[in-house]
Structures are given as C-alpha cells and as structure tokens.
Ligand binder design. Sequence first.
Ligand code: HEM
Length: 211
Amino acid sequence: MTQHRIYLFKGFERFWHWAQAALIIFLLVSGFEVHGSYVLLGFQKAVQWHAIAAWSLIGLWVFAIFWHLTTGEWRQYIPTTHKVMAVAHFYSVGIFKGEPHPFKPTVQRKHNPLQRLTYLVILVVVSPLIWVTGWLYLFYADWTAWGLTGLSLEWVAWGHTLGAFLMLAFLISHVYLITTGPTVTAHLKAMLTGWEVSDAADPTEVADAAR
Ligand code: HEM
C-alpha cells in the first residue's frame, strides 16, 4: 500500500491546538481544586488562576473562530454519517484484529466521521454548557442587578461541574485515540510537525497538500 505524507495541520492550527490543550488541562486542574477535590495552589489562588485561564481561552477562541471562518476550515466540522458505523466498528472491533482504518485522511477531510460528530458535540453541547455556567458563576455578584433572582447557584455549579467531567471524558478518550495511529506516536507527531501519513489520499490532493 502506498503511503503519502500530507501536510494536514498548519502553523496556527497547531498553536491553537496546543494552547487550547494546555488551558483546558489547567482549567481542569484548577477547577477541581475549586471544587474541593484536592489542594495544590490554595483555594483563593486556584479561583484567581481559573478565571485568568478562562479569559485566556476566550481570547484564543476569538482568534480560532476568525481563522476557521477566514480560511474556510470550519467546513472540516460539518457532521456526516457517511462511514460513521465503519469507523465505530473499527475502534470497537477491527483495531484489535489489526484491520486497516476505514477512513483515509485528506487535506479536504482531515477528521474521520466519528471525530466530526464528537467535535460537534463539544462545540454545541459541552462548551456552551461550560461557558454559560462559568460566566454566570463569574458574575454571581450581579445576578440581582440582572434580575436573575430565580436562579440557583447550586444548579449553575452542578452544570459547570458536569461540563468539566464531560470535558475530562473527552480528554481521556482523545489521548487514547491519539495513540491508535499507524504507530503509537504518528498522530502526536502530526500535530507537532503538521505532517500526517495517509495511505490512500488521492495524489492530486497530496500535491495540493504539499504546497
Ligand atoms: C474546560 C474548561 C473548564 C473546566 C474544566 C472548568 C472546571 C471547573 C470546576 C470543576 C469548577 C468547580 C465547580 C464547583 O465545584 O462548583 C469550576 C469553577 C469555576 N469556573 Fe470553571 N471550568 C472551565 C471553564 C470555565 C470558564 C470558561 C469560566 C468562565 C467563563 C469558568 C469560571 C468558573 C468560575 C467563576 C468558577 C467558580 C470559582 C469560585 O468558586 O469562585 N470556568 N470550574
């Protein structure tokens, strides 16, 4: 089987990915300290740094959204059910039997259908849950002035913690899936260098990719 090296992740994309990963891991660590799960920084410092990381993530997202819209890369996230069952079957059965991955990445379609669906759920369910509850939490002192008298802090905290657990579940499965490429470190290297190995990309796309 011919293997091609394709340039999949551009400089900004890799910066965005790793900066976001670092901020989310820090938000998880500081957030669960605020939650009372352990003591690392001390409660006050954990609250302060959690807020700083949250605003930094907002700033990063503004740039990332702008980049996705201006480069047209937002199309990578349009969900599809095409081959989704084949990919699910691969990760639950085929992978343990050494079967080939049913999806071959190309520059136009970097994410397999299961990835597209997962990222969409993160984008439209998990992130909004975390942001809305996080903001409400941040501006708790203004609730009365805003007329939010019926809202319970307990529910907001519960929703935020649920969002945090969903994000943690995503992170764990994401890290596992990173190791399931052609070699254990192939996907990790692709996000560091930009170059991914694909065994069935159409040669014209590969030529485009190399530009
Ligand atoms: C991946 C992102 C995030 C994770 C994993 C996360 C996690 C957490 C967790 C576990 C808590 C403790 C909740 C509790 O026990 O009541 C917390 C508290 C909090 N989070 Fe987040 N969070 C994230 C993003 C955000 C964002 C984006 C904001 C603001 C827009 C935010 C604002 C807050 C605030 C204000 C608190 C409460 C601090 C206090 O008690 O004074 N968080 N977070």
